[in-house]
Every structure is written in structure tokens, then in C-alpha cells.
Ligand binder design. Structure first.
Ligand code: HPA
Length: 247
């Protein structure tokens, strides 16, 4: 029996079944999370889903209460936390529809509540973040994606940008020079907070568009997102099933 918590962004509600769902509204010392916790059981396993942008997708990336979200999940004492993040592809191999399991992050966000280390009333801790995503969980996801023929890139560097606007082509050039392969708006401070809480947290990024200035100009970014999100999410759904089933 395992406990999997999923923080889902754009399009990830498709992972949640319609039936036998328990919705729990929770509160935390940091305020309410983005939405209710959705819980269901499959075989002997507990699944939890937290909609990162709220049930109606009304909370933009810079307004998400990341601390409340991570705190609420931590209280469940999950075995794993998987963040599903829609991203733009910077590296030519990060093609729309493909999953990426990043192993590095560069944080370009600002002004977000990004730590639990304030008002803790104890000596400050500087958590290690050399490897920002759980190596064990990442390795498992990469292995399973390979075994089950799920289109993916095994690693890469995730650029976390502030949003909610998309980037300029020059900003994407800069991220590429910085060594980033994919770009999204929610990986931080989520990953940092997960580490502070010692959660086994990894990102399963779904490439939904080519980043600004990378695709042919005639394909608008939003058209690409619509076309590739469902394909990517089908892969995520299979992957999470085997993550639990394959233990
Ligand atoms: N940039 C930033 N965040 C994103 C993108 C993008 O191109 N696509 C999906 N989330």
C-alpha cells in the first residue's frame, strides 16, 4: 500500500476519476491550499490530487499559495509527491507531447513566499539543494517511462519563470545560454518547499509548446498547447499507474 500525492497544473485534472472521490477542504498555518484535496483509492493505494491553480484554474502561478499546498500534502505523510508541470521546450529534443524529468532547476521567480524558514523560532536551517529533485523518485520515473515506452527525456534543466505572461524570444535565448532545457512557471518555489519538508518530490514536466521564438512562427503557442496537452497527459496517467502498480 502506497500513498501518492500529485500536484497537478493545467490539464492534469484528467488524472482524477469521476467516481469514489473524497473531497476534503483543509487549512494550514499558511492559509488554505489552492483547492480541496481529492482522494481516491485504487487497489490498495491512496491517491491524492491537489489542483495547483484551484479547481477552476483561477489562481495564476505567482499567486499560488505554494507553502499551504506543500504543507497540506506533507501532513498526509505521502511516500511520493509528483508535481505535474506544463512547460515550454527550449532544447530541440523537448518536443511538444513529450515528458521530461528534470534533474536541475534555475529559479527566476521573485516575490513568492518561498520558504518555511521564517518565524520557525529555532536555529535556521540551510537545506541542501544540490540535487533539487528526489534522485530516487526521479530514477524510478525515468526507468518506468523507459520500460513502458512513454515518450520522454530522462533529464534536463527546468527554468522557473515568474509569468503569468509567456517569455520573449530574447528571454528564452538567455535561459538557453544559462543551460536551461525547459521553461515553466510553477516548479519554484514548489520544489524548494518540498525539500524543506523532506518530501520525496519530483517533477514530471509535460512539454506543451515550443518556447518563444523556437517554433515555426505560424504555429501560435496556444494552439500548440491545446494540441499537445492531451497527448502528454495520457503519458503521465500511464506512468503514475505503473509507479504504484509496479512496486
Ligand atoms: N513558458 C513558461 N511556462 C510555460 C510555457 C512556456 O513556454 N508553456 C507552458 N508553461
Amino acid at each position: 500500500m502506497a500513498k501518492l500525492a500529485v500536484i497537478g497544473g493545467t490539464g492534469a485534472r484528467a488524472l482524477v476519476p469521476q467516481d469514489h472521490l473524497v473531497r476534503t477542504t483543509v487549512d494550514t498555518p499558511y492559509g488554505p491550499p489552492s483547492g480541496p484535496l481529492l482522494h481516491w483509492r485504487e487497489a490498495d493505494d491512496d491517491w491524492y490530487f491537489l489542483p495547483r491553480h484551484g479547481l477552476e484554474s483561477t489562481i495564476p502561478p505567482h499567486c499560488v499559495n505554494y507553502r499551504a499546498n506543500l504543507w497540506a500534502l506533507h501532513e498526509l505523510e505521502p511516500d511520493w509527491v509528483v508535481g505535474i508541470n506544463a512547460v515550454g521546450g527550449i532544447h530541440p529534443d523537448a518536443q511538444p507531447g513529450r515528458l521530461v524529468f528534470p534533474d536541475q532547476i534555475v529559479d527566476y521567480t521573485w516575490g513568492r513566499e518561498h520558504t518555511f524558514e521564517d518565524h520557525m523560532n529555532r536555529p535556521i536551517r540551510h537545506v541542501e539543494f544540490t540535487e533539487p529533485l528526489s534522485p530516487g523518485l526521479r530514477a524510478r520515473l525515468v526507468e518506468l517511462a523507459g520500460i513502458h515506452d512513454i515518450d520522454h527525456l530522462p533529464g534536463g534543466c527546468y527554468a522557473a519563470t515568474q509569468g503569468p505572461r509567456l517569455e520573449t524570444a530574447a528571454e528564452i535565448d538567455r535561459l538557453e545560454r544559462d543551460g536551461c532545457d525547459i521553461v515553466g512557471m510553477t516548479g519554484m518555489p514548489e520544489a524548494g518547499l518540498a525539500r524543506e519538508l523532506e518530501l520525496e518530490y519530483a517533477i514530471c514536466a509535460v512539454v506543451v509548446n515550443e518556447a518563444a521564438g523556437r517554433g515555426p512562427a505560424e504555429h501560435g503557442i496556444h494552439a500548440q498547447i491545446e494540441a499537445s496537452l492531451a497527448r502528454g497527459m495520457a503519458g503521465v496517467s500511464r506512468l503514475l499507474q505503473v509507479l504504484l502498480g509496479g512496486r
